[in-house]
Design a protein around this ligand. Structure first.
Ligand SMILES: [Zn+2]
Ligand SMILES: [Zn+2]
Length: 177
């Protein structure tokens, strides 16, 4: 067995050891935002404000009215929480400590239902018997049964979408006195 001598580098501040000299040099150096240059927490390359601004610019924007017409009954998403509508959201914010938000996020509705093909293919894949398969007739009938079940028991949940819903200025008066 050949052995090779390796050099290692140690950070002078926290004493962590690295093989790469550059990494040791940067170990306890402060991190900075790529966009605005502000100091950021360790390993964070874009600061919170710049990330938010970037997401805002990229997103499709809608007025509250447009949103409600296009996606009635969809939940909205704000500050890691889902709300039934804008009023429920605003009621939940403590304006003694928080600013009135300029926007929130829309959501996509996702259906939770059984995929009949997946079920039968799963059974076939899990068997050790190679030639075993269901007939076309069996697939067809199973699909009909499952589609009946899906119609009856399908559930929906919501996920943050890439649409920004702009909160009308007028609402501010109702919440901030
Ligand atoms: Zn260090
Ligand atoms: Zn920044």
């Amino acid at each position: 067995m050949d052995i090779i001598k390796k050099t290692s580098y140690q950070c002078g501040k926290c004493h962590k050891v690295y093989v790469d000299e550059n990494m040791a040099n940067n170990c306890c150096e402060p991190y900075h935002c790529n966009v605005c240059g502000k100091e950021t927490p360790r390993y964070v390359l874009v600061c919170e404000q710049c990330r938010e601004k970037r997401e805002y610019n990229k997103a499709q924007k809608m007025t509250l009215q447009e949103w409600e017409e296009k996606f009635p009954n969809h939940m909205i998403y704000y500050n890691d929480k889902f709300y039934g509508d804008i009023y429920e959201m605003l009621d939940d914010i403590d304006f003694d400590y928080n600013e009135f938000p300029a926007y929130c996020w829309g959501t996509d509705e996702v259906a939770m239902e059984v995929d009949p093909d997946n079920v039968l293919e799963g059974i076939v894949e899990n068997t050790s018997c190679e030639d075993l398969d269901f007939s076309d007739e069996a697939y067809k009938e199973f699909k009909n049964i499952i589609s009946y079940w899906n119609d009856k028991y399908r559930q929906h949940y919501y996920m943050q979408s890439d649409i920004i819903v702009l909160i009308p200025e007028e609402l501010k008066k109702e919440y901030i006195s």
